[in-house]
Design a protein around this ligand. Structure first.
Ligand code: CUA
Length: 314
């Protein structure tokens, strides 16, 4: 997963990289010239001049050199300001046909909702963001508790998620691939486990993915998975989680309708496979101390059934 600021994969990150490149190389040259001038000034011997006329001429030359230097610096800073202003307009531009997404940060996971004028076509997922290549996605950022900050370095700069306010982030990806998003503002014990993996795919692949998210959860395919669904709906799981197409419909924790298709568990705390899912269900606090998920206190058979059920939710 790329996390490179200087390998931009979206228009907005390109704008930031352009500002960086514009300022970096001239600054290297200017800094080297300054060091060379300093070395020369320290090295050379100053001749003692008694002649008042020669002294006055030298003084005038120094004043001229100083004024030229000030003008040069003012021009460079003005050019930097102009580049920064233009690139910032690019970074903050909004396309009218942008795909609309809402991301809500929580301690310590991301709720991701794909908005649609038709509410029945809205899609909710968690801890994963898929984006279509070449089209702007405009994201409304909200927080459910404290201040978080979303940073996907290869796609755009940081943007804070603030309780009671809505901030915006635009992403226009230009390269298919996987990118790493992180929470970039300390938000409590598990701040480091707030990963948001981003997948940029072709518009057709994105549409197929979004359609698959719209479908209700898969029907359990084995007797153990059927028992697992019962454990989920009758136990503590359903008090916080939703699985579309079942009676579980609480949104205190991540939506789990398609959990098996996600890259990671617990917002990047664990790989998404059978063994880690089972271990997580037995003792969440051991892997993510402070997580709001309590120990569900399941019997070994219930854990096994529940894993069979959840692993079928692709
Ligand atoms: Cu959320 Cu740090």
């Amino acid at each position: 997963m790329s996390q490179q600021v200087l390998a931009p994969a979206a228009d907005q990150a390109q704008a930031i990289a352009t500002v960086w490149q514009t300022m970096f190389w001239p600054n290297v040259v200017i800094y080297m010239a300054m060091l060379a001038a300093l070395a020369w000034a320290l090295w050379r011997r100053r001749a003692v001049v008694a002649d008042a006329a020669v002294q006055a001429r030298q003084e005038r030359n120094w004043v001229r050199a100083l004024v030229a230097w000030i003008v040069f610096i003012a021009l460079v800073l003005t050019a930097y300001t102009a580049v920064s202003f233009v690139q910032d307009r690019h970074r903050l531009a909004h396309a009218p046909d942008a795909l609309r997404v809402r991301i809500t940060a929580n301690q310590w996971w991301w709720q991701v909702d794909y908005l649609d004028p038709d509410p029945s076509r809205q899609v909710g997922t968690a801890n994963e963001l898929h984006l279509p290549l070449g089209r702007m996605t405009r994201i409304d950022l909200l927080s459910g508790d404290v201040i978080h900050s979303l940073w996907i370095p290869a796609l755009n700069g940081k943007e804070d998620l603030i309780p009671g306010r809505s901030t915006q982030l635009a992403l226009t990806p230009r390269a298919i691939g996987h990118y790493r998003g992180e929470c970039a503002e300390f938000c409590g014990l598990q701040h480091a486990h707030m990963l948001l993996p981003v997948t940029v795919e072709s518009p057709a692949a994105f549409a197929a993915w979004l359609d698959a998210r719209r479908a209700p959860a898969a029907t359990p395919a084995s007797p153990s998975a059927v028992r697992g669904q019962q454990v989920f709906e009758s136990g503590t799981c359903a008090m916080c989680h939703a699985i579309a197409g079942t009676s579980a419909d609480s949104h205190a924790g991540p939506d789990l309708t398609h959990i098996a298709s996600r890259p990671m568990l617990a917002a990047g705390a664990l790989p998404n496979d059978r063994a880690h899912l089972a271990a997580w269900l037995v003792d969440p606090q051991a892997f993510k101390p402070g997580t709001k998920m309590p120990n569900p206190r399941l019997q070994p058979q219930e854990v096994s059934d529940l894993v069979d059920y959840l692993e079928g939710l692709r």
